[in-house]
Design a protein around this ligand. Structure first.
Ligand SMILES: C[S@@+](CC[C@H](N)C(=O)[O-])C[C@H]1O[C@@H](n2cnc3c(N)ncnc32)[C@H](O)[C@@H]1O
Length: 278
């Protein structure tokens, strides 16, 4: 498989090295909120087994593995893309982290014989046609009394100032690509209700909307659009000329020191109660 958009896949973004800078930027922007949301679940627990679904290049998983090391815990992480897994394994090797295992797996169709204490996913649910099924698989993989943690974006929450038609058009374009692929880029908003209907207990929910200040951070929407431009063109949602105009305008917005861009994410966690099937 090449390091490009995976053909016949609903994943509109790139994988492998071409996606790494964007994933690292995402981690820079959202990592603090993610780490703080996860920390209380990890405190003083021995031999925790954590499963992460759609791990990408492993930023959160390697952080988790480091946290768990002194308590003899392990992280098992799955992703559909071999390129992402390769990068994650490479980083684990460089950082001498030996309690994180990166395996090929599809969030829509996986099972493990041994259950986990925590199951986690970040920024995957908006990229699959049936996020509820991923959640159901995650609950199946979780021990009774274990914790499920999901974080995902709300595409329609992207805002910026100064107002530009290009930003509004780009946000609409993202939503239209979602519709074209049968995806819901607003699924972050629906995680809480989905877990509630699965009878997940002790639900905690948080909404975080970091404001991007630096040109690098403000470039996130530009990078996402640039990376997935083939998908928009292939879907016939926009002409190359118009897309180039949008990219150009978004880049200028990012470079404008006085501009502001913000993009919201919902974080939810809760406890699995005894139940045979989800
Ligand atoms: C936006 S990235 C998020 C990566 C990582 N969780 C993070 O927070 O940086 C989404 C990841 O999900 C993976 N992915 C897409 N569809 C998948 C599926 N059906 N099962 C497992 N992984 C999938 C992609 O390869 C990609 O690595």
């Amino acid at each position: 498989m090449s390091e490009q958009i995976v053909k016949n896949s609903t994943y509109a973004l790139a994988t492998g090295k071409s996606a790494s800078a964007r994933l690292n930027l995402i981690n820079k922007i959202y990592g603090k909120a993610s780490r703080s949301f996860l920390t209380s679940t990890l405190k003083n627990k021995n031999k925790l087994r954590i499963l992460s679904v759609g791990c990408g290049n492993g930023n959160m998983e390697l952080w988790l593995a480091k946290k768990l090391k002194k308590h003899n815990g392990i992280v098992v992480a799955i992703d559909k893309s071999e390129e992402q897994l390769h990068l994650a394994r490479q980083k684990a090797e460089w950082q001498k982290i030996f309690n994180a295992f990166f395996l090929k797996g599809d969030g829509m169709d996986f099972s493990f014989s041994e259950k986990f204490d925590v199951v986690y996913t970040r920024f995957l649910l908006v990229h699959v046609t049936n996020p509820t099924r991923v959640i159901s698989n995650m609950l199946d993989a979780l021990k009774s009394g274990g914790t499920i943690i999901c974080e995902d974006m709300v595409g329609s929450s992207i805002m910026g100032y100064p107002y530009t038609d290009a930003l509004r058009e780009a946000v609409a374009l993202v939503a239209n690509l979602g519709k074209y692929y049968g995806l819901d880029y607003d699924f972050g908003l629906k995680i809480y209700t989905t877990l509630f209907h699965y009878h997940v207990q002790n639900l905690q929910v948080q909404y975080t909307q970091p404001t991007f200040f630096t040109p690098k951070e403000k470039n996130l929407l530009f990078l996402s659009l640039q990376e997935s431009q083939q998908s928009y063109l292939k879907a016939g949602l926009i002409s190359l000329e118009r897309l180039s105009y949008l990219l150009d305008t978004l880049k200028k917005l990012a470079q404008d020191e006085a501009s502001l861009v913000t993009w919201g994410v919902v974080q939810v966690k809760g406890t699995k109660i005894e139940k045979n099937h989800y």
